[in-house]
Write a new protein. Structure first.
Length: 280
């Protein structure tokens, strides 16, 4: 689940080759919440016959077969499937994709796995010479992961950082404190971890990873201040805060905005910045 609440900088077209090791196969599920659609990532080391797929996407037979065909056209066989998190637009097609490819599905959430191995922060995945490092980035959801592709100086962020606009913190599973910690972890990777490119779960590739993450951090700080001000002005319910803070946003996105507002209210209460007046 994503939200295009803020305009992003113009970027390259989504879909197709993105780095030396990453190709995006765009799922045909565009919407205000998924932007252009879900980015399914096909990753492989140059010269290798094996590939890894991150986020097969929705349960759309044509899309899943297109991912397989894209790999085969490049002389690759899909050997492993990974999930950044469990939202249906990323993971619903995983079981069927596993049938098509004969692969295991690895994820943080045991309920999403197919096979004996899961994923955890610090894991290093090596398939056909390709190296991916698992980075814990909870906040959007509790099971959100990112994948560092060091050879390309890139990180696959799922819904933690998008190619356009901003994401939501899906309350109550997602927590703002966790999300801010995840953004700071990604920020550190852009400063001393050699990461300069974001391969997002939705929207175009971002070639200024540091700028993107710092924009997200600044945006979150601004929104928190706006929510705090709204509460001080007497907007006590999440719906009232949304109407005040997101008044210039398309109302079709207000239900998603309310999830983030609830997460922000919890964060402000936990840090003693507003009174603990829980009014729904």
């Amino acid at each position: 689940m994503t939200s295009a609440m803020l305009p992003g900088r113009p970027q390259a077209t989504v879909g197709g080759p993105a780095t030396a090791r990453a190709v995006c196969v765009l799922a045909p599920n565009p919407s205000p919440m998924t932007l252009d659609g879900t980015n399914t990532w096909l990753l492989s080391e140059p010269g290798s016959e094996l590939a890894v797929v991150v986020d097969p996407g929705p349960l759309d037979e044509a899309h899943l077969r297109n991912v397989v065909a894209t790999a085969e056209a490049a002389g690759k066989r899909v050997a492993l499937t990974l999930l950044t998190h469990g939202h249906p637009d990323h993971a619903e097609g995983a079981a069927r994709f596993a049938e098509l490819t004969g692969t295991d599905v690895r994820a943080l959430d045991p309920a999403l796995r197919l096979g004996e191995e899961g994923l955890a922060a610090g894991d290093v995945i090596t398939t056909g010479g390709l190296e991916l490092r698992v980075v814990a980035t909870p906040g959007h959801t509790s099971d959100s992961l990112s994948f560092h592709l060091p050879a390309d100086g890139a990180v696959l962020t799922g819904d933690t950082v998008l190619g356009r606009g901003t994401t939501i913190v899906v309350h109550p599973d997602g927590r703002l404190g966790d999300y801010l910690d995840s953004l700071r972890r990604l920020q550190a990777m852009t400063m001393d971890g050699g990461v300069d490119t974001v391969l997002p779960g939705h929207g175009p590739v971002l070639e200024d990873a540091r700028g993107a993450v710092e924009y997200y951090l600044a945006h979150r700080a601004s929104r928190l201040a706006q929510v705090e001000t709204a509460v001080e002005a007497g907007r006590l319910t999440p719906a009232q805060v949304v109407a005040h803070v997101y008044h210039d946003v398309d109302r079709s996105l207000w239900p998603a905005a309310e999830l983030s507002v609830r997460a922000q209210l919890d964060y402000l209460r936990e840090h003693g910045l507003i009174e603990d007046r829980r009014v729904d």
